[in-house]
Structures are given as structure tokens and as C-alpha cells.
Design a protein around this ligand. Structure first.
Ligand code: 5GP
Ligand code: ZN
Length: 112
């Protein structure tokens, strides 16, 4: 846990968020500025700064992907498709330094 981290505050329920999914390890909530009709962030409950900081613990990335794909299936967007994104650093526009995976879908997304 990181006292000043925005997503840790959401995990501790100090800041409200529209929760989409929760289990012992992962919290998922709707992005405050959605870039698609469905835009959910999947975060590990244990604070990690970024994907670069989990090289020694790769399972956390597959954990987030697993929960995101299951959510996509539940939301009915597996047949239409979806995008999973992890930003790192300034060129990718990472703004929150708590590891998170974006799940985007519900409309045709412009190709990267
Ligand atoms: P990044 O740009 O770091 O990959 O993604 C951070 C995401 O967090 C952004 O898409 C941004 O809209 C979202 N975000 C920032 N602050 C909040 C907040 O207070 N609540 C929620 N639900 N999302 C947030
Ligand atoms: Zn955090």
C-alpha cells in the first residue's frame, strides 16, 4: 500500500469509484474519463508502480489479463472484440503510477 497513490486510495475506498469487479487480489473500476463505451481499469490490490516493476513477478500481469478477459466475456464484448493496454512512462502517457491494465471495448476502436 502506498499512502499517496490514487489507486491505493480507491482500493481503500477513500476515493469513490464505480467498481466493476473485485476479488482478493484484483480491483476493477470504470475509468473516470472513458475512451470507449466500456473502459475499465484492472489493478492489483498490492501496490506496484508499473509493468517495469514486475519483471520478477510476471504472474501479476497475467492475473490482470485473466480478470480483464473474464470481464469482457461477462460484458458480452468477447465476440465483438476488445483491447487490453498497459502504459509505461511519458511517451505512452502513463499518468497513474500504480500498475493497471485498461480494458477497452463496446465500439470499434481506431487502430493503433
Ligand atoms: P494511464 O494514463 O496511467 O495509463 O491511465 C490512468 C487512467 O486513470 C486514465 O485513463 C484516467 O482517466 C484514469 N483515472 C485518473 N484518475 C482517476 C480517478 O480518480 N478515478 C478513476 N476511476 N479513474 C481515474
Ligand atoms: Zn497504489
Amino acid at each position: 500500500m502506498n499512502n499517496d497513490c490514487l489507486f491505493c486510495k480507491i482500493i481503500r475506498r477513500e476515493i469513490p469509484a464505480k467498481i466493476a469487479f473485485e476479488d482478493d487480489e484484483v480491483l476493477a473500476f470504470h475509468d473516470i474519463q472513458p475512451a470507449a463505451p466500456i473502459h475499465i481499469l484492472f489493478v492489483p490490490k498490492k501496490h506496484v508502480d508499473s509493468v517495469v516493476h514486475v519483471l520478477d513477478q510476471e504472474p501479476v500481469v497475467s492475473l490482470l489479463a485473466n480478470r480483464a478477459v473474464k470481464a469482457a466475456e461477462k460484458l458480452g464484448i468477447q465476440s465483438t472484440g476488445f483491447r487490453l493496454v498497459m502504459n509505461y512512462g511519458p511517451d505512452a502517457g502513463q499518468t497513474v503510477h500504480h500498475l493497471h491494465m485498461h480494458l477497452l471495448g463496446g465500439a470499434h476502436l481506431s487502430h493503433l
